[in-house]
Design a protein around this ligand. Structure first.
Ligand code: PEP
Ligand code: MN
Length: 284
């Protein structure tokens, strides 16, 4: 093991030192982690009722297991669409109930934590806030699962220490997400670090999923990288889907059309069956 046991004490509760077997996080009674494949899908940002409901219906029909949609958007430019805030959360909740899917949305501040917590089933802490320590501490007081995304320049150790903040405050229900890191490469939005899946699985008992949408910024790269993530052993995926990506208010170029997502679900379900079968054979 490249990180010594001494170093692992910095994220002791998140590490395999404190728990050997994989953690299963329950989202409204549904398991995330272990041999279960979780697929979080939906638009980058909630835009209006038609957009949210039609995308929700489509991703549910294709077999997504959680519905996403951003209501508080951490945008690089202050002039970009910032999200519908509480109105958006109401639409997401209604869409989730309509198609019977638990919901995920990002929380960007301690001030708005209570509001997001009231409406959604999983609270996302985004890459830009991975080391927002007051936010991590507040997440640790929540009874709801937290989807923690890797910071764009965070090492694996820093990523797991961010998770440790949440667990040490009392919330062990964490799903980690590799979403690409910033490198010198500019062809893609970020650089997908698939080896992080293997590193996290070695060091930690927490489930880890992969977000090829934010990792690449390119819709044509999502399908192959989603498949690679499943083969690598990710416990799931987060994929942006929009009923009409050309008119999306946020992240259209990296959003899949529903029919493309449908095809991808088919492929990854088959690959996941194959990987779990071959793991069973290996461990016999
Ligand atoms: C998102 O999931 O909408 C998002 C903003 O992701 P990230 O924090 O990974 O950039
Ligand atoms: Mn996005």
């Amino acid at each position: 093991m490249s990180i010594s046991e001494n170093n692992m004490l910095k994220f002791k509760l998140a590490s395999r030192l404190s728990k050997k077997e994989d953690s299963i996080v329950k989202v409204k009674g549904r398991p995330v982690g272990g041999h279960h494949l979780t697929v979080i899908a939906g638009p980058c940002a909630i835009e209006n009722e038609y957009q949210m409901f039609s995308t929700a219906r489509a991703v549910k029909a294709s077999g997504a297991t959680l519905l996403r949609g951003g209501a508080y958007k951490p945008r690089t430019s202050p002039y970009s669409f910032q999200g519908l805030e509480e109105e958006g959360l109401k639409l997401l909740k209604a869409a989730g109930e309509l198609v019977d899917l638990p919901t995920v949305s990002e929380v960007i501040s301690t001030e708005t934590f209570d509001t997001v917590e009231k409406y959604v089933d999983v609270l996302q802490i985004g890459a830009r806030n991975m080391q927002n320590f007051p936010l991590l501490k507040r997440a640790g007081k929540s009874k709801k699962p937290i989807l923690l995304k890797r910071g764009m320049s965070a090492t694996i150790e820093e990523f797991l220490m961010a998770a440790e903040y949440i667990i040490s405050e009392g919330n062990p229900n964490i799903i980690l997400c590799e979403r690409g890191i910033r490198t010198f490469e500019t062809f893609t939005r970020n650089t997908l670090d698939l080896s992080a899946v293997l590193a996290v699985r070695e060091l930690s008992h927490l489930p880890i999923i992969v977000d090829p949408s934010h990792a690449t910024g390119k819709h044509n790269m999502i399908q192959p990288l989603a498949k690679a993530a499943v083969i690598t052993g990710a416990h799931g995926l987060m994929i942006e889907v929009h009923y009409q990506p050309e008119i999306a208010l946020c992240d259209g170029p990296q959003s899949l059309k529903p029919e493309v997502f449908d095809h991808l679900m088919d492929e990854i379900n088959r690959l996941h069956d194959f990987t779990t079968q071959s793991l069973k054979i290996k461990t016999k």
